[in-house]
Design a binder for this molecule. Structure first.
Ligand SMILES: C[S@@+](CC[C@H](N)C(=O)[O-])C[C@H]1O[C@@H](n2cnc3c(N)ncnc32)[C@H](O)[C@@H]1O
Length: 255
C-alpha cells in the first residue's frame, strides 16, 4: 500500500514537472529574413533551399543568399574594372550634377565613391542592411574626404527614405539577394520622384560564359516580370558591359 502511494505521488510529481517544462518550451523564432509581411504572403512561395538560395521564391525565382561583409575584399578586387567596366557603367548613368541617387545594396561603396564626383551638387545615399558595411563606408568616406556619400542603414524590406526623395536608384549585383523584393520594390517606387529611374545591373543569366553562380545572375525577362508587376516601366537594356545587364526602369510620370 505504502509502495503504491509513493509511486502515485512520484507519478503526479513527474507529470506536473513535465507539464511546466512543456508550457515553458521555447517557441521557434520566426526568421525576419524570410518572413513575409502578411499582406505580401501571397507573392512568395517557399520550398527546399538550394546551396546558394534561401528557399524563398518570387515570381518563380529563388532568392539568393546575402553576400556577407567578409567578402568586402572581393567587392574591392583590383581586376574589377577589367571584369565589369564599372567606370563605363557609371558614365552610362548620365546623372545631372545635382542628382540624388541611392546605391541600394552598396556593400563597401565600390560604386558609391566612384559615382560621387559625377554629382558634386547632389549626393549618393549608400544603403545597406549590414552594419559592418556601413562602418566600412563611414571609414572610407573619412579617408577619401568625400562628403556627398551618405552611409544609410536600410531594412530588408524598407529603404527608410522619405517619399519622392530620389532622382535615381542603382543596384549592382544586389537585387537578386533581397530577401523581400516585393516590399523593396514598393519602397523604391515610393522613394523615387515620378519619372525617376532605376538602374539594375545584374550578371547576365542568358550568357553561360559569365563565370558567376546561377543564383547570382538574372535574365532580362525575369527582371522585367518583377519590376513591371510592381508598376515600373521598362525603358531599355543597354549593351556595353562585359558581364552585366544594364537595365533601366522608370517610375512612370503621374504615378
Ligand atoms: C553582392 S553585394 C554588392 C555590393 C555592391 N553593390 C557592389 O557591387 O560592390 C550585395 C549587397 O546587398 C546588400 N543587401 C542585401 N539585401 C539588401 C536590402 N534589402 N537592402 C539593402 N541592401 C541589401 C548586402 O548586404 C550586400 O552588401
Amino acid at each position: 500500500m505504502k509502495f503504491l502511494t509513493v509511486a502515485a505521488t512520484l507519478l503526479v510529481l513527474g507529470l506536473s514537472i513535465g507539464w511546466v517544462i512543456y508550457q515553458r518550451r521555447e517557441t521557434p523564432v520566426a526568421n525576419p529574413m524570410t518572413m513575409p509581411h502578411p499582406e505580401h504572403q501571397a507573392v512568395y512561395r517557399f520550398g527546399n533551399a538550394s546551396p546558394d538560395g534561401i528557399g524563398k521564391f518570387f515570381h518563380g525565382r529563388e532568392i539568393a543568399q546575402v553576400m556577407g561583409h567578409p567578402a568586402i575584399g572581393w567587392l574591392e578586387r583590383e581586376n574589377r574594372e577589367d571584369e565589369e567596366a564599372p567606370s563605363r557603367a557609371i558614365q552610362m548613368l548620365d546623372l545631372a550634377s545635382n542628382a540624388v541617387i541611392a546605391d541600394i545594396g552598396a556593400g563597401s561603396g565600390y560604386y558609391s565613391f566612384r559615382i560621387s564626383p559625377a554629382v558634386p551638387f547632389g549626393k549618393v545615399m549608400a544603403i545597406d542592411i549590414q552594419p559592418e558595411m556601413l562602418e566600412f563606408l563611414t571609414k572610407r568616406s573619412a579617408e577619401l574626404k568625400i562628403t556627398n556619400v551618405i552611409p544609410h542603414l536600410g531594412a530588408v524590406d524598407d529603404l527608410k527614405l522619405p517619399p519622392n526623395s530620389l532622382d535615381a536608384a542603382l543596384m549592382v549585383d544586389a537585387y537578386h539577394e533581397f530577401s523581400n523584393p516585393e516590399e523593396m520594390l514598393e519602397s523604391m517606387f515610393r522613394s523615387l520622384k515620378p519619372g525617376g529611374r532605376v538602374f539594375l545591373l545584374e550578371y547576365r543569366a542568358e550568357d553561360q560564359e559569365v563565370p558567376i553562380k546561377p543564383h547570382h545572375k538574372m535574365t532580362e525577362a525575369q527582371a522585367r516580370l518583377e519590376f513591371e508587376a510592381a508598376g515600373f516601366r521598362f525603358v531599355e537594356n543597354r549593351s556595353g558591359l562585359p558581364w552585366q545587364h544594364f537595365m533601366v526602369f522608370q517610375r512612370p510620370l503621374g504615378r
